[in-house]
Design a protein around this ligand. Sequence first.
Ligand code: FAD
Length: 404
Amino acid sequence: MRYDTVIIGGGLSALMCGIEVARVGRKVALVATGHSTLHFSSCSFGLYNAKNPLQATSALPAEHPYSKIGVEDVEALAVRATEILNMAGIATVGSAEQSHYIVTPTGKWRECWLSLEGMLTSADGKGVDFSSAAIFYPEGFLDFYTQFIVDHLESCGVKVTTHAFALPELTVRRNNPTEMRSVAVARALDKQENIEALAQIISQNVGSAEAVIMPAVLGFDNLDVRNRLERDVDRQILCVPTLPPSVEGVKAERALRRTFESMGGTIFMAHTAVEYTLEQETITSITTSKGVTLTADDFVLASGSFIGGGLKGDGKRIEEALFGLDTLTPEDGYTTRNIFEAQPFMSCGVVVDNSFKAVKGGKAIENLYACGAVLAAYNPVKEGCGAGVAMLSALKVADDIINR
Ligand SMILES: Cc1cc2nc3c(=O)[nH]c(=O)nc-3n(C[C@H](O)[C@H](O)[C@H](O)COP(=O)(O)OP(=O)(O)OC[C@H]3O[C@@H](n4cnc5c(N)ncnc54)[C@H](O)[C@@H]3O)c2cc1C
């Protein structure tokens, strides 16, 4: 099968790149082993851990992906990434010039570039704009620790009450403890009768609280649950990320996939790219685990790092799993003894040139790009830039492919 561009991966970077290339009318195929790390992500997208992330990205070492993108393009692509998320129906708040703060499932503020509309956030990481709140959570829910959020809000000067609620459908699920997970709860809250019952419970118990706080499980296919509840109970409803899997992350991946397909993109889901052909220093095709061979002008490797399957390591060596590309490996070991320090293995990944063309045997392959978590030379945890690098490097690659 012949395409203009073939992308290997199904996560944030693959989908961003795919949408951008497909929307100018190119024929794009995406090959994905499975779901991506978005399934673990609260969708609190980080650009860089700093009060002014944009400014911080302008002072990074030359090999950092943001330095390869360039200061002006980082700014422009951050805007474009936000537009694409919004176009996919992923409504966000936040600015690249000033971080805001989102609460974590363990009840701490964390610096953030973009967070989803309707999450519990703070402009300054100190206070919130309400003085009393009622927390409502499903009885027996396993992925939300209410007391962390109570302690956190109280430390911000908020008066808090808590309310466990039961709905008949959730009570049945409690018979099997593994069923009380975020996606199952969200699916139950898709249903009209459960939304109505929950609205009634909140109205009866909210008292004089100014805000209602809930775990981020408000609807899976039904995207209007939070708005509907806000209207019914006449309060702002703010959500707190749960432990993984993240309903919001799963929804974001599904929304981006739908957008990619609506632009004419094709997804080969549950296909792993296992072989490739290289002729005259360009990639001519890849073949998937199901025996499908795809030829294209350009190929994009967006296969993630260790967790996504793009990189593999045995403690002594780190390798790129498909093409055997050159990788950056730390000289002084992969880990440090202090677990709270930046871990060197987090900055491992494939080496690219300044146009994000992947390097093999010291030489860039003309039509093979790499983007996202498979890249080397940044630390997504320490720098808080996982989503930012994934989206911006993907858009930079898309621009290069479109303008070639
Ligand atoms: C637990 C967790 C929480 C996070 N939370 C945040 C957060 O709150 N904020 C933030 O900014 N960042 C966060 N990140 C980081 C951020 O989510 C990632 O950096 C980013 O999503 C990476 O996207 P990606 O598309 O490059 O890779 P991935 O999401 O890893 O996707 C890789 C894809 O490639 C596919 N694949 C791999 N090999 C092949 C192959 N050979 N053939 C076909 N398909 C293949 C995989 O199946 C997968 O679909 C988090 C990461 C993790 C792990």
